[in-house]
Write a protein that binds this ligand. Structure first.
Ligand code: HAM
Length: 430
């Protein structure tokens, strides 16, 4: 009996995964429902896509030189010899579903949100898991910076619905195929000139994916990158106007932001706007949500030219803040009545009475082993159930039951309708 698991534990959960137990699971569902309601405030509707997709989808959309695709995907070959991947992110699947189900014909803008699980083979740490949950929103069909603005407004609305404060919005524009190649050239020559001061990974990335170098968190690279040319200075006029208009809209809505010329995000599909919202209470994994515009992805995956923008929020990180700051109080429905009985006929009657109580929304549990009053009292007190209802043979005959109020330490004998009235009167105000 030395093991913390009493010797029963042969299997443990995989590293980077989490069991969500009763109590917390209620918080999860309540949070997700709150996010659903808040999404409807903006006209977003839920889309549910499969947990698995063809591996090629992510190679084409996220990009094969990104960390997610090159290092972090859970992929396997199925019995039909197909290359399958557990979704590492939601945007690619939503775009695939948008095309496959002809949502291209829907009135634009098409506004979709999702709540789902994702898988990335990352090094687990606080706020970073291998299986995690995201809320995400995607809007298809408009290039207007007003859509980027409303997307950021939605993000803040959700965070405020969760009672969150101390949020920082970082914003950048990474241009478009017209202006990015020139910036890329300038950046590559800057990085090449400072090659010796960069970490091996950044040196490697200089040719393959130079923009991602800007994102390196290593102190030595950060020093070099502080001097790097900023992409906003190389935007074409259309991208510059788009970015300035977005900033003007955000200011008009009093949504505070910081422009961060080094914010690039780890996906190849972005163009123009990229943004992240972080919370100072999260520590090193401070990004709570991130997103941006991806005007070319629908076309890249075989659809018509369709500008789009979206973001996703990590729910483990959101939940961490909610639990640490008590920013939402969750009231999980609990059992109100425990029915004590003595087995046989009295157990049978208990099941019938419980049925009547549940039909009028009084949460009721029955001693299914008919172990009598003492045992039931013990259980009810342990489970903090406020009422004990006693059903013996006399009670069956008279249809009058003893209701013990375990909090007020009083008891009354009454019929079923009075019991319902008494219990409901107490809990109506909660
Ligand atoms: P992302 O930045 O990779 O973006 O993820 C969004 C959020 O998911 C992060 O800010 C973080 O809170 C959470 N997250 C990411 N990885 C993990 C992890 N390993 N453990 C726990 N939480 C994590 C995307 O996924 C894009 N698809 C967002 C998007 C939607 N862009 C446009 N539309």
């Amino acid at each position: 009996m030395n093991s913390p698991y009493n010797g029963f534990m042969k299997f443990t959960r995989l590293i980077g995964t989490k069991d969500i137990l009763p109590g917390e699971s209620y918080q999860w569902i309540a949070l997700q429902n709150r996010l659903r309601e808040a999404s409807a405030h903006f006209g977003y509707r839920e889309i549910i896509t499969p947990m698995i997709e063809m591996t090629h989808l992510f190679i084409h959309s996220v990009g094969d030189v990104t960390d997610i695709v090159s290092k972090e995907m859970y992929h396997f070959r199925d019995k039909g010899d197909r290359e399958i991947t557990l979704k590492p992110e939601g945007t690619s699947s939503v775009v695939r579903a948008y095309l496959e189900n002809h949502l291209t014909d829907w009135t634009k803008p098409v506004k979709l949100y999702y709540l789902d699980r994702y898988f990335r083979y990352e090094k687990p740490q606080k706020g970073r898991y291998r299986e995690f949950h995201q809320y995400g929103a995607e809007c298809f069909g408009s290039e207007s910076p007003a859509v980027d603005t409303e997307m950021i407004q939605l993000a803040f609305h959700l965070l405020q619905c969760m009672g969150m404060k101390e949020l920082v919005l970082q914003l950048n524009s990474i241009g478009c195929p017209a202006c990015r190649p020139r910036y890329r050239e300038i950046l590559v020559s800057f990085l090449t000139a400072h090659e010796l001061a960069l970490c091996p990974e950044c040196r490697n990335r200089t040719d393959k994916n130079p923009l991602r170098v800007l994102d390196c968190k290593k102190e030595t690279c950060q020093k070099v990158l502080a001097e790097a040319p900023a992409i906003v200075e190389y935007l074409c006029s259309d991208c510059a106007v788009h970015f300035l208009t977005l900033q003007k809209y955000l200011q008009a809505l009093s949504l505070p932001f910081q422009c961060n010329p080094r914010l690039v995000r780890g996906f190849d599909y972005y163009n123009r706007t990229v943004f992240e919202i972080s919370s100072t209470s999260l520590g090193s994994q401070s990004a709570l949500l991130g997103g941006g515009r991806y005007d070319y992805l629908v076309e890249m995956l075989g659809g018509p030219s369709t500008p789009a923008v979206g973001f996703a929020m990590g729910l483990e990180r959101a939940m961490m803040i909610i639990q640490e700051t008590n920013s939402i109080l969750f009231h999980e429905p609990s059992t109100k009545i425990w029915i004590a009985n003595f087995g046989g006929e009295t157990l049978h009657e208990s099941l019938t009475v419980a049925d009547s109580l549940r039909r009028v929304d009084v949460n009721t549990e029955v001693d299914l082993e008919g172990k009598g009053i003492k045992k039931s009292l013990e259980i009810a007190l342990k489970k903090e159930i406020p009422y004990l209802l006693i059903i013996g043979e006399d009670e069956i005959k008279s249809q009058q039951y003893t209701l013990k109020d375990l909090q007020l330490k009083s008891q009354q004998t009454m019929g079923l309708s009075d019991i319902i009235h008494t219990v409901k009167a107490r809990y109506a105000s909660l």
